[in-house]
Design a protein around this ligand. Structure first.
Ligand code: G3I
Length: 342
């Protein structure tokens, strides 16, 4: 059966995944999977602050460049992730952001100057701001700041306008870029996700009302089996985004599985596949044309830090299309079916 990348392309879609450059070099199975399955890539960490500018003024683009070279030689697009985020910030940046508005603006501008000029023509769309919306009070980490924005060093340094400032700074430096706002926890049919969708829509409306150069919304889609998903509310949300003239892409899809005893693995795989299918089918019906999973194989999933959700003949399952032995899972089949509208 053809790869997910090829199946997607045959339907006018683009499928890919988050990649780590060094694994492309060190793990032949990893390399083969990306060669086969991923038509678009996003660096899992190589385009973040702690990787790109570990000390002020010292840029290390080597890890990112190895991904850009690999992708370039295969004519595959690379997404940029992420210009502004509260996580993976070096200590020097956190300190600088506490030294007043002018310093914060200068630090942001210097990073954008270097990174956007370095990647120009190689990265066509960036997550300019990642996860700016505060999670609702009941959820995991409430960080309510003014205007329902997550309380981050950027917000504290520059106020709620930091988002508008970041998008304008990116647009000024490279008008050819597609500028994306990326968020999580906005997919499922829970009170928290419903509230977070409302908050995100309000933020987007206010940004567009003031003319912020914003082109797209990235929906991370770290789905969790312990939460319900219903197509209708998510479809309505996608329709609102399209009404605002925003492109929408799925940026980090994976499915965190509920812990269950090994003997239930088969049933659980089927439920995970069903969830992924329902979600992707709804996204495609809502106009989404680009879908990335957050990695390809359970062997390297970020969820590996989670307690093993289940072991079957020694394999741990982490919600990506390929299992730890690079075999296609029911989730892989579900994505293939959804891409073909089946
Ligand atoms: O920076 C070092 C690098 O110098 C070293 O060579 C390399 C060796 O493996 O590790 C690098 O460090 C870690 C990196 O993952 C690679 O493993 C970083 O310390 C660690 O913080 C980083 O974690 C990433 C995390 O974001 C924070 O950036 C995870 O891989 C990545 O899966 C996770 O992804 C986030 C998205 O960006 C946003 N959405 C949620 C998603 C999951 O948390």
């Amino acid at each position: 059966q053809p790869s997910l990348g090829a199946l997607a392309r045959s339907q006018g879609l683009t499928f890919g995944a988050a990649v780590q450059g060094q694994l492309l070099e060190t793990d032949p199975d990893y390399h083969r999977a990306f060669e086969t399955e991923a038509a678009i890539l996003v660096p899992e960490w190589e385009a973040k602050w702690s990787a790109l500018q570990p000390q002020e003024g010292r840029f290390d683009t080597a890890p990112l460049d190895s991904i850009l070279r690999w992708a370039q030689s295969r004519a595959r697009p690379v997404r940029g992730h992420a210009l502004i985020w509260h996580n993976d910030l070096p200590d020097w940046t956190r300190a600088a952001l506490g030294e007043g508005r002018d310093r914060a603006l200068a630090v942001m501008a210097a990073h954008f100057d270097r990174v956007l000029s370095h990647a120009r023509g190689q990265i066509r769309d960036w997550d300019v701001v990642n996860e700016p919306v505060a999670n609702p009070p009941g959820s995991d980490v409430p960080q309510a700041g003014p205007g329902e924005l997550r309380d981050t060093p950027w917000l504290r340094a520059l106020g709620p306008n930091y988002i508008d400032i970041a998008f304008r700074m990116a647009r000024e430096r490279d008008p050819t870029l597609r500028l994306t706002l990326n968020e999580y926890g906005i997919e499922e049919d829970t009170p928290d996700a419903t509230e977070k969708r409302r908050r995100l829509l309000a933020l987007l409306r206010s940004l567009l009302a003031r003319g912020t150069p914003l082109d797209a919304v990235g929906i991370q889609a770290h789905l969790q089996m312990v939460r319900p998903f219903r197509p209708a509310p998510f479809a309505a949300f996608l329709a609102e985004l399209r009404q605002m003239g925003l492109a929408v892409l799925i940026t980090e899809l994976d499915v965190r599985e509920a812990p269950s005893p090994p003997q239930d693995m088969g049933a659980r795989d089927a439920l995970v596949a069903e969830r992924a299918h329902a979600f992707v089918a709804t996204a495609l019906e809502g106009g989404v044309r680009t879908i990335l999973t957050w990695g390809l194989s359970d062997k390297y999933s970020w969820l590996a830090t989670e307690p093993a959700v289940a072991l079957r003949d020694g394999r741990t399952h982490r919600g990506l299309p390929l299992d730890a032995e690079w075999r296609r899972k029911a989730l892989w089949e579900a994505l293939a079916r959804a891409f073909q509208g089946r």
